[in-house]
Design a protein. Structure first.
Length: 417
């Protein structure tokens, strides 16, 4: 079928082995160091979780339950009933009638105004509520907690997996499995290690390195182009870590700008909030770096397949033309992704009568700005480095052209699949 007559730049098995050996000589020490660091930093499991075990004070007889809204009406607030009799004023509010999932009579639930303003409760909504009817506090026997969102989240997750597998096929399935494994490693290693007071920088670098080794090779297979992308990713992570360390200290970022961070500082005093911020910068940069490096590596290979007689300089120039487009689009991606996540903060600070620069240098906004800048610098520098490594590996592996056949424009099967 013409399978033996296509332009494959990797024509010399001896040179291919030598190129792979050079890549592994560069990558193996990093992998071994990350593995040793994982063993040394592995959490002991002695984390005291008791302070936050009982979020809703259920030990005092309260019970977190679920139910379904049957109807929502505007009535006198139960909390203000009887105030007319003592010279006050009864207030009107949204009351939802809820049927408990465990069975029993429906009851009236006063819905907080901030909830009704953004998403009023409707018939059929599943909600979580706190049942205080068996406690001594009966002023509000039922308290709205949150919506139950498991069904829409599950449907979205299934749709996402289905779309990825339909378009990317087995590679998409492997990527999803790699993502699940990476998230499991973050939850089972990184989070407990941070809670035990281990160095956030070491924990962040170890986690991102292990996850990248596993995810890249699992999703893209063992090949020279994957190893090239991994080298570029590790370089980008190193740059990101160095700049993030300097920026966190120079900009005096404390990490104590959100309620969750302040809660952590109280419950886990040995945890460095600035270190946690630093670790977050590394993990956030990891995914974007992986995206650009694997694309650049593949681009160089494809360019070399199409024009096997190109010089290293021509190949690098062509690769960087693609890389510059990628830089421009990905910088937008990072900036707009963070801007979207920080939209409530942006809206809030716009209400203050302060100069824009003064607003951007406040603690919470400065964290977002530095996230964008640090991630973007690591990303931009990783692209020329990955391109240069890819060109060097392609040329070291061989660049002789074979007669063109039907599959002349197709990628080498051994390298892509």
């Amino acid at each position: 079928m013409g399978g033996h007559h296509h332009a494959d730049v990797l024509v010399d098995p001896a040179r291919r082995r030598r190129a792979n050996l050079i890549l592994w000589i560069l990558l193996a020490p990093v992998g071994v160091l990350a593995f040793i660091a994982t063993i040394m930093l592995w959490p002991s499991g002695d984390i005291a979780k008791s302070p936050l075990n009982d979020t809703f004070n259920t030990a005092n007889g309260a019970e977190l339950s679920t139910g379904t809204v049957t109807r929502t009406v505007s009535e006198v607030c139960p909390s203000s009933q009887g105030l007319d009799e003592v010279g006050g004023k009864e207030l009107m509010c949204e009351i939802s009638y809820v049927a408990p999932e465990a069975g029993g009579a429906s009851f009236a639930l006063e819905v907080p105004p901030e909830t009704t303003q953004s998403r009023p409760l409707e018939a059929g909504d599943k909600i979580k509520y706190l049942d205080l009817s068996h406690t001594t506090d009966t002023s509000a026997p039922y308290v709205f907690v949150d919506f139950v969102r498991s069904t829409p989240l599950a449907l979205l997750g299934i749709a996402y997996a289905a779309v990825v597998c339909m378009v990317a096929r087995w590679r998409g399935l492997r990527a999803l499995a790699g993502l699940a494994g990476g998230l499991f490693f973050i939850v089972s290693f990184m989070v407990p290690a941070l809670l035990e007071g281990k160095s956030p920088m070491l924990v962040g670098l170890t986690t991102s390195t292990i996850v990248m080794f596993a995810a890249l090779y699992f999703a893209h297979g063992f090949s020279a182009r994957t190893s090239t992308a991994l080298l570029g990713t590790l370089f980008g992570l190193g740059v990101t870590a160095a700049i993030a360390t300097w920026a966190t200290d120079a900009a005096a970022l404390t990490g104590a700008t959100e309620d969750s961070a302040l809660t952590l500082s109280t419950v886990v005093p040995e945890l460095s909030l600035s270190g946690l911020l630093l670790c977050g910068l590394l993990i956030a940069g990891m995914g974007v770096l992986n995206d650009v490096t694997i694309t650049q590596s593949s681009a160089v290979w494809e360019l070399a397949e199409i024009a096997p007689h190109s010089t290293a300089r021509q190949l690098f120039a062509s690769g960087m033309r693609i890389g510059r487009d990628h830089i421009a689009s990905t910088v937008y991606t990072i900036a707009f992704a963070y801007a979207g996540a920080a939209l409530p903060i942006l809206v809030l600070v716009s209400l203050y009568d302060r100069p824009l620069m003064d607003t951007l240098t406040t603690g919470q906004m400065a964290e977002e700005v530095i996230r964008i800048l640090v991630g973007s610098i690591g990303l931009v520098l990783a692209i020329p480095v990955t391109t240069a490594i890819a060109v060097a590996v392609v040329k070291a592996t061989g660049s002789g052209a074979k007669p063109l056949g039907r599959r002349a424009m197709e990628p080498a099967v051994s390298e892509v699949d």
